[in-house]
Design a protein around this ligand. Structure first.
Ligand code: GAL
Length: 846
């Protein structure tokens, strides 16, 4: 089996896992954990943009847009999640580091909604999963509250402002002009919003905390702490009980297995009380990466024998331990953390959350052997954690990119004085029941990383809310962080890039017992399908020979060597799994890059000069080159480097570059091979070019540096333990004659969210992809669906993601489609390009 087949097979397996039982079982699945009466509040919003506009002009923001009776009939109608900036246009004069997209502005959202008369006396909340940024909320013209940090989730109690039995209006003001970012943050209510209805006595927001203090193969003690609010005017006596069910991948409770005994509490008016009870699970099914079993804790609060609240919490039973010498232990077994850092955007979809896009990201990463995600550098969408729980990923859950001192003017430093505690508590309360979350991170390369007092204060806030996971901080000044003593306040040391003094710290009595990991590694840069023979950088692209990196980074191979040198390290989080919008290093003129050289004035001066030159040239680059896969999710060559290393038992070999070099006939074209085998033989047009052997721990790819280019067939046969293991073949393509479309799934669910990603390839007459072709392709659809976006992975493209016309980039492009809500039938997706035979793909809408 070759590696392309292996990639496909893994995807097919995942698809199977995700589709089994959806139709019949979905009705009883829990859509959203938390209060049982929680409804999606995404549809039917109105939007208007003020302040900075997409074209750079300004539109004055009138006063009192929150008013109940505002004439908002002409506002744009839309459904959430919504990212107001992803429609662009890309503008050359805007910052590359935040994607050259016009995300700064003031956005107002309004929604008219009815609250039935029968809801009088209920408590009604609106839960925002995230709104970028500086959210202020009004209901019926009255101010409800604010939550400025755009990445956190928050609840607004709108009960006092509502008219039961009548129409109500909620207004939300967002302001991204007051926010700065080192990457594309998106803009708007870019995550889901929920309407929650409870009685006056109910489980508090994120009011359950489930831990498993003892776990053996025979039994697990499940400790359930429940905070119950009494928002009524008189004290109540309540009974709190939690039933425990097995939970399937679709959030359907399968079987009740145990329960806590009921606990009686008295809750004063306007106050809360906490119950703490334990349930015993016999022969627990452990949550692990391979078998991510989950349970459901269903908490029932009753008053006078009447159920007043039902609250659902998914959790897992697993043990974790971080050891200084034996790495990370999950259920007592060592697991090397094979992680990637990812920013939150979903490429062509922008920051607007889409579960199907996120699921696809995780599937692609899993096929590579990745088992962990670092949510750089902010709280993720709740869907990420739910998917990580369901699919078996470990998560490094991160709070901030800045503390007291920002990297830019309007970073979190503006919020730090008043919000740090609230933001950290919100993160931990929301996420602490997820078995996937194994590490809390209070920061990334913050300016104050040597500050002992702040480090201790923030770590203590987290530990107070959850002491079952270590608190870490990602240091790009790990020596300073340790020398100052700040790192002593942590449970786990996070090292970004700078491992040169690691041996010294491993011997230091203060730190030798502190578990350590590569919280950020490599930062290799490349563009899919580009190969240069005289340097790594050209035309605002980066060669894909996987050696290019910024001054602080290293190739994947170099990092593997470092990891081998320090086998006690817990693992690594590669920067990054996916390309993302913004930060197009090495064509990024953002001065925050300099911060990586705070201890090296010479390197800093060198980089300063390079940045100055870059600024003069005004690079068109608007998205990153760091991804192991490109912005479309197409694997770059590096994908196979990690796959070879992280999935050593998967027979695979990957050859590169492509084999279309008419201008280099008889010139050298170096050939590289990633393989999970230990040696390999290369053949050009059937003739052996020799066999090469990997030296374990030393070289992680096989290189033939003396191959003279002749068109034809290049083939590699890899061996393991002397036996044939895997092959890969690439052939010189002829001229482009046709297009092909390959959907990643045969069907798409008509829920308005599910997406089908379709890969376009430009091919020669024999179906071989033409790797240097860039024809303009027009996509269209017939039937009950629409094109959501197109892309081609080119980090310099200014074609809007919503355009149906898109040039192929190095032989490939992508169209993303979705079905109309509730529709059925067949969706026909077409691609056409002048002079080439068109292609079509049929997708069933179900
Ligand atoms: C790190 C930083 C990341 C990203 C990366 C690029 O220093 O933490 O956010 O900027 O560099 O290599």
């Amino acid at each position: 089996m070759n590696k392309r087949m292996a990639f496909r097979l893994v995807l097919t397996g995942w698809l199977y896992l995700l589709t089994i039982g959806t139709s019949a079982q979905a009705q009883t699945s829990i859509v959203r954990m938390g209060a049982a009466n929680t409804q999606l509040f995404d549809d039917g919003w109105l939007f208007s943009r003020f302040g900075l506009q997409a074209d750079g002009s300004r539109r004055e923001e009138p006063a009192h847009l929150e008013e109940e009776h505002l004439a908002d009939g002409a506002w744009q109608q839309l459904n959430l999640p919504h990212d107001w900036a992803i429609t662009g246009p890309f503008r050359i004069e805007l910052d590359g580091n935040s994607g050259k997209l016009p995300w700064k502005g003031i956005g107002w959202y309004r929604k008219h909604f009815n609250i039935p008369a029968a809801d009088a006396g209920k408590r009604i909340f609106v839960d925002f999963d995230g709104a970028m940024a500086y959210a202020k909320i009004w209901v019926n013209g009255q101010y409800v509250g604010t939550w400025p940090y755009g990445y956190n989730s928050f609840r607004m109690d709108i009960t006092p402002y509502l008219h039961a039995g009548k129409e109500n209006v909620i207004a939300v003001r967002l302001d991204t002009e007051s926010w700065d970012s080192r990457w594309y943050p998106g803009a708007g209510i870019y995550r889901h919003v929920w309407l929650v209805k409870t009685n006056e006595v109910h489980v508090a927001h994120w009011g359950t905390y489930i831990t498993t203090p003892t776990v053996t193969d025979k039994a697990a003690a499940v400790q359930v702490k429940v905070t119950v609010d009494n928002q009524g005017a008189s004290p109540v006596k309540a009974l709190v009980r939690t039933d425990v069910y097995e939970l399937d991948i679709h959030n359907k409770p399968v079987k009740k297995i145990t329960a806590t005994s009921p606990t009686a509490i008295t809750i004063a008016a306007g106050n809360n009380a906490i119950t703490n009870a334990t349930a015993n699970v016999i022969a627990p099914k452990r949550w692990s990466i391979e078998t991510p079993h989950r349970y459901l804790a269903q908490t029932i609060v009753s008053v006078n024998n009447k159920t007043v609240d039902t609250y659902n919490t998914a959790f897992g039973i697993r043990t974790i331990a971080f050891t200084p010498r034996d790495g990370f232990l999950l259920n007592g077994k060592r697991v090397a953390i094979k992680g990637v850092c990812n920013h939150h955007d979903l490429g062509a979809l922008g920051a607007a959350i889409n579960k199907s896009a996120l699921t696809r990201q995780l599937k692609i990463l899993s096929a590579m052997g990745c088992n962990a995600i670092r949510t750089s550098h902010n709280p993720p969408a709740p869907e990420l954690l739910e998917l990580a729980d369901q699919l078996g990923f470990l998560v490094w859950d991160e709070a901030f990119d800045a503390w007291k001192h920002g990297k830019r003017k309007n970073d979190y430093n503006k919020l730090f004085p008043d919000w740090r505690e609230k933001d950290l508590q919100a993160l931990v309360h929301r996420d602490r029941n997820h078995p996937s979350v194994v590490i809390w991170s209070i920061g990334n390369e913050v300016m104050d990383q040597r500050d002992v007092a702040i480090t201790k204060e923030l770590a203590d806030i987290v530990r107070k809310e959850d002491s079952t996971r270590p608190v870490s901080n990602a240091y790009n000044d790990p020596d300073g962080g340790r020398e100052s003593g700040a790192a002593m306040a942590l449970g786990l040391m996070g090292v970004n890039y700078f491992f040169s003094e690691q041996a010294k710290w491993d011997a230091d009595p203060r730190y030798k017992d502190m578990p350590t990991m590569g919280s950020e590694t490599s930062s290799c840069v490349s563009t899919r399908g580009e190969y240069f023979f005289d340097g790594d950088y050209k035309n605002w692209q980066v060669s894909s020979y996987d050696n290019a990196k910024p001054g602080w980074g290293c190739s994947p191979d170099e990092q593997f060597r470092t990891n081998a040198k320090y086998p006690h390290l817990l693992g690594e989080f590669v920067w990054t799994g996916f390309d993302y919008l913004g930060e197009p290093t090495p064509y990024n003129s953002d001065e925050t890059n300099l911060l990586n050289f705070r201890n090296d004035p010479n390197k800093r001066a060198e980089l300063e000069k390079a940045l100055e030159a870059l600024r003069k040239n005004n690079p068109p680059s608007r998205s990153s080159y760091f991804g192991i896969v490109d912005l479309c999710g197409f694997p770059k060559d590096r994908f196979y480097s990690y796959q070879a290393h992280w999935r050593p038992n998967l027979p695979m070999a990957h050859l590169f570059p492509h084999w279309n070099w008419p201008e280099r006939i008889d010139s050298i074209v170096p050939v590289h091979v990633y393989t999970s085998g230990d040696e390999a033989e290369l053949f050009l047009n059937g003739k052996s070019l020799g066999r090469k052997t990997k030296q374990p721990g030393v070289n992680f790819r096989l290189i033939w540096n003396d191959v003279k280019y002749t068109p034809g067939e290049l083939k590699v046969v890899a061996y393991k333990d002397g036996k044939p293991w895997a092959t890969d073949v690439i052939k010189t393509a002829g001229s482009a004659v046709k297009l092909s479309l390959q959907p990643e799934s045969k069907s798409v669910v008509n829920d308005g969210e599910d997406l089908c990603y379709i890969t376009l390839r430009v091919q020669d007459k024999d179906g071989i992809m033409v790797p240097r072709s860039h024809p303009l392709v027009t996509f269209s659809v017939e039937g009950p669906g629409e094109i959501v976006a197109t892309d081609n992975g080119d980090p310099t493209s200014f074609v809007p993601f919503q355009s149906h016309d898109r040039p192929a980039f190095n032989g490939m492009a992508q169209v993303i489609v979705k079905a109309k809500k509730g529709a059925k039938g067949k969706l026909i997706v077409k691609a056409a390009s002048e002079g080439l035979s068109p292609a079509a793909a049929i997708i069933e809408v179900r």
